[in-house]
Write a protein that binds this ligand. Structure first.
Ligand code: URP
Ligand code: ZN
Ligand code: ZN
Length: 489
């Protein structure tokens, strides 16, 4: 091979940023992986001119609902084709949607179902977090360990939603099994009884409008549940990730738990940083577009949550893309006059997550470029067992790369998902990904999709990375020595 043919592709002249460093370098790519980082790389292969642009790790979207029946039994608008395409246009080269176990279904059946949904359609690499709604003896002793061995190393539980919630004993069982195998348990933390109790009274009083969704999901419901979830995780010394934290009180619980030695991670989402509960008051039924759980809060909450993004309380800012159209297939599946209790929960955002975070975070000086990289890709790769193959720009890593134009201004409009609305419509957003690569292949370039359904590969994930977590001792990853292994059923 001649020296000039050493690379299949060189990204030339850009500014590379990782979670820790920013530097000028060309990126040499061979067989889908990064093999050189240096100035002046020559090649006989392809060249992408990245001068004046940022060369960042491709985003990893770690919280999205794709082709997954909701707690109300509703299918979202996006399947693995449209969902992955929208993710790619938003600068992501990998995502981890949920594989949701329906009660009565085994874990093995659940995983097989999601394989059949994802493999033929995804244009980007993917894995799943396994939602456990039915922790039977078989699931705990055999099926969760089997899923783990197959590279599905994160399990999610719900403390609310009738069709999904588990009780505290079941939660402990799952935490203990997860701990024994090095898996991470994620939790949707809201106090179910509080929500039910308030909702019943609101409906009895004739309060059915979207705005009452926020009233029925008070901050206290989140804070109580986060406190309980952290306490359960501490009991068995298991790692826990609290998803979509929407309250300053919840964020403080996560922060304080880490400070006092618990292995607790936190995630928030763009909707809690950029939208408020006032959006639920939009005229007509428009407020339904902004119903999600936990609900949107207020301006003061936005500011407080930004503080926690800046200070590192949150390891992840994920979209919680849960796309239900503004029609009878989605939001109004229960009819045009559906009450706030019947309107589908969730909103889209998989394509807007990174541009919003870049524009309002990096360009407005709230976070550094390196923090942006950590929040968009590196932390997810570490926490969810994909690092260093994914989530960074380094020799040997997959060439999952997003090239950004930090100065490009767009007014947010229609996205590439299957939705009929964008909650961020009309937002002025500065900084967009212009070229996205997955394992060295262009998947988006100059506004065009270059990948085909089925190009994405399943990522076999490793155990949760607890490096640097407070209280971490090497022994804790040894299944022979930990408490979870001894009590796991
Ligand atoms: O309202 C939301 N976020 N719906 C999606 C399901 C969930 O709670 O994560
Ligand atoms: Zn949730
Ligand atoms: Zn969610």
């Amino acid at each position: 091979m001649s020296a000039l043919a050493e690379f299949d592709l060189v990204i030339r002249g850009g500014t590379v940023a990782t979670a820790s460093d920013t530097f000028r370098a060309d990126v040499g790519i061979r067989d889908g992986r990064i093999v050189a980082l240096a100035e002046g790389l020559e090649t006989g292969g392809e060249v992408i001119d990245a001068s004046g642009k940022l060369v960042l790790p491709g985003g990893i979207e770690a919280h999205c609902h794709i082709e997954q029946e909701s707690g109300m039994g509703l299918m979202p608008a996006d399947d693995y084709r449209s969902g992955s395409i929208s993710a790619a246009f938003g600068g992501n080269s990998c995502f981890v949607p949920f594989a949701g176990q329906r009660r009565g279904m085994t874990i093995a059946e659940t995983v097989a179902l999601y394989d059949s949904r994802a493999a033929p359609k995804s244009v980007i690499d993917y894995s799943y977090h396994l939602i456990v709604t039915d922790p039977t003896e078989l699931a705990l002793t055999t099926e969760l360990p089997e899923a783990f061995a197959r590279g599905i190393t994160s399990f999610k539980v719900f403390m609310t939603y009738d069709q999904a919630k588990i009780d505290d004993g079941q939660f402990l069982d799952i935490l203990a099994v997860a701990k024994a195998h090095g898996a991470l348990t994620m939790v949707h933390a809201e106090n179910d009884a509080m929500i039910e109790w308030i909702s019943r009274r609101l409906l009895d009083a004739g309060h059915t409008e979207p705005r009452y969704h926020a009233v029925s999901h008070p901050a206290l419901a989140e804070e109580e549940a986060i406190h309980r979830a952290i306490s359960l995780a501490r009991l068995v010394d298991a790692p826990l990730l609290v998803v979509h934290v929407s309250t300053p009180g919840g964020a403080k619980l996560v922060r304080d738990a880490r400070r006092s030695g618990a292995k607790v991670f936190g995630e928030t989402c763009p909707q809690y940083l950029f939208l408020t509960r006032d959006d639920l008051d939009r005229p007509g039924r428009e407020g339904a577009k902004f119903i999600c759980s936990p609900p949107l809060r207020d301006r003061a909450t936005q500011e407080a949550l930004w503080g926690h993004v800046q200070s590192g309380t949150f390891s992840l800012v994920s979209s919680d893309h849960a796309p239900y159209r503004f029609d009878q297939s989605g939001k109004f599946h229960a009819g045009p006059d559906a009450s706030f209790r019947q309107i589908a929960n969730g909103m889209p955002g998989i394509e807007m997550r990174l541009p919003l975070l870049f524009s309002e975070g990096v360009n407005k000086g709230r976070i550094t470029l390196n923090q942006f990289v950590a929040l968009s890709a590196t932390n997810a790769a570490r926490i969810y067992g994909m690092y260093p193959a994914k989530g960074t720009i380094a020799i040997g890593a997959d060439a999952d790369i997003a090239i950004w134009d930090a100065g490009e201004v767009r007014i947010a409009g229609e996205m590439h998902d299957a939705m009929d609305y964008n909650p961020y419509l009309g937002f002025e957003v500065t900084g967009w990904p212009v070229t996205v690569l997955n394992r060295g292949n262009r998947i988006v370039d100059g506004g065009e999709l270059c990948a085909s359904p089925g190009d994405g590969r399943f990522v076999v994930r490793k155990p949760v990375d607890l490096t640097g977590m407070p209280g971490h001792r090497a022994d804790e990853l040894n299944p022979e020595k930990n408490f979870g292994a001894k009590i796991a059923p």
